[in-house]
Ligand binder design. Structure first.
Ligand code: RIB
Length: 311
């Protein structure tokens, strides 16, 4: 049994700098490198690193970048048999400016093959994997009809569904009926609920509103403030762990991978959010969206913070 991840795969072109440029300004960067990224691939790698069989349904172009990212994700333990190759376009790329003084980033994505992922690719994977996956984890970097199809079909097949509604997009809210766990950040929660989630109070109201639209659980991520865990009738704040921030790219993906693994393993939801917070905390101490800790590192980290017994 394993986790099915449906989403994007990218080549992340990183440039490090000490200062973000203003519009029209040129600043000198300190280094340049290319790593594998994309929210789908990052989350699939996260699940594999945390010890759970992970299947990725995604799309690449018929180019060297596509071959490179596929090889890389496979070497990290992800089953890539269901990654579609579209020779008519380029592999998705992300241009990332990483601010070395703050760990913050600016990202622009050119989706390329992300847009080629169709419901039939999802169906092919589900037909083959039926009985071998019990959790679906998906995001919004691929076409919405594909995401909707995946959520409906996976619910029909009895999987637990997790939607990480990133990046923020306008959704048909009816789809939230097919979502068990919804994991927006403040911007995404605002977009979906129509309630401004900038303040803590606002975030709580936005999450409550979202639970009325279908999801059993809303986990609203608050960056360095941790996460809000809201169900119909209960709400809990789970603070983040304090760590030295090096690179926040992929922090949300690491969190979602941690949450999916915890749900897959049947942890209770409060412990699952604590576990996910630990995975995200360790990720941001390292450069690269797929620098997700392995299971042993997460357990040692939790023990060092006095949390092992709770898990
Ligand atoms: O969430 C981080 C990811 O967003 C990056 O890896 C980048 O590829 C974009 O998809």
């Amino acid at each position: 049994m394993g986790v099915l991840v449906i989403g994007s795969i990218h080549a992340d072109f990183y440039v490090k700098t000490w200062k973000f440029p203003s519009p029209g300004e040129t600043v000198k960067g300190s280094s340049f490198f290319v790593l594998t990224g994309g929210k789908g691939a990052n989350q699939a790698v996260g699940c594999a690193r945390l010890g759970v069989p992970s299947y990725l349904v995604s799309a690449v172009g018929g180019d060297d970048l596509g071959r490179m990212v596929l090889r890389d994700v496979q070497s990290k333990g992800v089953d890539v048999s269901y990654v579609h190759v579209d020779p008519g376009t380029h592999t998705g790329v992300a241009f990332i400016v990483l601010n070395e003084s703050t760990g913050e980033n600016l990202i622009v994505v050119a989706p390329g093959a992300d847009d080629s992922l169709r419901p039939e690719h999802v169906e092919r994977a589900l037909t083959d994997l039926q009985g071998r996956v019990r959790v679906l984890l998906t995001q919004l970097e691929v076409p919405l009809d594909t995401v909707y199809y995946a959520l409906r079909r996976c619910k029909e097949l009895g999987l637990t569904t997790i939607l990480n509604p990133a990046p923020a997009r306008k959704l048909d809210l009816g789809i939230l009926e097919y979502v068990d766990f919804l994991t927006p950040n403040r911007v995404e929660a605002t977009q979906l609920s129509g309630v401004d989630a900038t303040s803590f109070e606002g975030a709580l109201r936005a999450a409550e509103r979202l639970t009325e639209l279908g999801p059993r659980v809303v986990v609203l991520t608050l960056g360095s403030d941790g996460a809000l865990l809201v169900t119909r009738g209960s709400a809990k704040h789970v603070p983040a762990f304090r760590v030295r921030v090096v690179d926040t790219v992929g922090a949300g993906d690491a969190f979602n991978a941690g949450l999916a693994v915890a749900i897959y393993e049947g942890m209770d939801i409060e412990r699952a959010v604590l576990f996910a917070n630990a995975v995200a905390a360790l990720k941001i101490t390292r450069v690269g969206a797929q620098s997700v800790p392995d299971r042993r590192e997460v357990e040692e980290f939790l023990a060092s913070r006095g949390e092992l017994r709770e898990l």
